[in-house]
Design a protein around this ligand. Structure first.
Ligand code: PMP
Length: 412
């Protein structure tokens, strides 16, 4: 059953404020989402009652903090349907998780002449780690391009992924085009060639149901703050056998078995990859975000975001002075919509929209090779979440029209 939007909105007090004397339409969810009261309360509760360092104490608070932290791991495990909670590694975020795979798995498994295949729509955090790995290993980085409709070119993927491919790393959903990629199909393709597949879930988790076993991805990375959790916490999911065979990413406390003067052994997963004091409160907040999202239902969340995109996308594409990038079919879309308004600079557009209370982002969205592919340097981007409303879509359209008039009095 769908959720009640008024109940949802009452959980997000930040959304009910006014900016520049206008009602706030927060459409920058791809950059970071807002947190419901329940997540804020979990952070407050943790610091008020349970705060202690985890795993290394026998006193009551340390035990409670450890239970909170490990409980959050189990929540994440069930949320993404990992086989075991040991396959859930807490990181600083999606970027950190992807760097972990490149540094650890990449270091151990990539050799000169190997190929790494990514897509042209990758965020820099799923691009630069592979680019640099390829460079210092004398491996080759290959890109899967786009179709004219802004989707991943699967025919090109079939050509690019070969027996030389060792890693395929592709985003589950684009942070610019809103395209949802067929990760499951790509996993089959990668595995046929004995390559591993890494999914970047930053724009997918929190917006659609994600089942890592069904997708059969080997690694999957995402950030807490884009799924209503805190900043500074993220997750790397990895298949246990792969994680166990990988060398540590960082060294220090908590990740060891035994340490001797000249040699050391490592703890089992997930601790092998969690060196030093972790963001325990962040993990607890992420656990609360998972509870919240599951309470609404991921199918309901996806349906609501699709409903909003179905309402707003044709209205955007109908504006003759607007170029909208990405698939035109709302069924192939997340709530992310990138556009340019005639010859206006996207930063001017975003500033003008802000004057109307509409928060959007402008820039290259950490996807410069994609910008180059689209033939632009920057775009504006509106990105929706389940708590957005029809009023938000109306306000966006109205503000775009007013911006156009304000700048050119109808001459652009
Ligand atoms: N991948 C994608 C697709 C993203 O949208 C982002 C964040 N914009 C990231 C990776 C990186 O996430 P974070 O900055 O939270 O590490």
């Amino acid at each position: 059953m769908a959720f009640n939007i008024n109940d949802v909105l009452s959980d997000f007090p930040i959304l009910s404020q006014r900016v520049n004397d206008e009602r706030l339409a927060y459409l920058d969810n791809a950059a970071t989402a807002q947190r419901p009261r329940q997540v804020l309360a979990a952070l407050q509760d943790f610091y008020t009652h349970d705060n202690a360092n985890v795993h290394r104490g026998v006193h009551t608070l340390a035990e409670r903090a450890t239970e909170d932290y490990e409980g959050a791991r189990v929540k994440v495990q069930h949320f993404i349907n990992a086989r075991s909670s040991a396959e859930v590694i807490f990181t600083k975020g999606c970027t950190d998780a992807l760097n972990l795979v490149a540094a650890s798995y990449g270091e151990a498994n990539i050799q000169a002449g190997d190929e790494i295949v990514i897509s042209i729509m990758e965020h820099h955090s799923n691009l630069i780690p592979w680019q640099q790995l390829a460079r210092h290993k004398h491996a080759t980085l290959k890109y899967i391009g786009l179709t004219a409709q802004g989707q991943l070119d699967m025919a090109a993927a079939r050509r690019q992924i070969t027996d030389r491919t060792k890693i395929v790393a592709v985003t589950h959903a684009s942070n610019v085009l809103g395209t949802v990629n067929p990760l499951k199909e790509l996993a089959v393709l990668a595995h046929q060639h004995k390559a591993v597949i890494v999914g970047d879930g930053a724009q997918a988790v929190g917006h659609m149901p994600v089942d890592v076993q069904d997708l059969d991805v080997d690694f999957y990375a995402f950030s807490g703050h884009k799924m209503m959790g805190p900043m500074g916490i993220g997750v790397l999911y990895g298949k246990a056998a792969l994680l166990r065979a990988m060398p540590p990413y960082q060294y220090g406390g908590e990740m060891i078995g035994d340490v001797h003067r000249d040699d050391s052994t490592w703890a089992d997963i997930p601790f092998k990859f969690e060196a030093g004091t972790q963001n325990v409160a962040g993990a607890v907040g992420l656990g609360a975000a998972v509870d919240y999202l599951q309470g609404l239902g991921m199918d309901n969340i996806q349906a609501r975001e699709r409903e909003l995109v179905t309402a707003v996308l044709p209205r955007l594409t109908a504006l003759p002075y607007l170029t909208v990038y990405g698939p035109q079919d709302p069924r192939q879309h997340t709530g992310v919509l990138a556009f340019n308004l005639a010859h206006l600079h996207p930063h001017d557009v975003a500033t003008a929209l802000d004057m109307e209370g509409v928060a959007v982002r402008a820039g290259h969205h950490c996807a410069q090779p994609l910008m180059e592919e689209l033939g632009v340097t920057t775009t504006a981007r509106a990105s929706f979440a389940f708590y957005n409303t029809r009023e938000d879509t109306d306000q966006l359209i109205r503000a775009i029209k007013e911006t156009k008039e304000f700048f050119n009095r109808g001459t652009i």
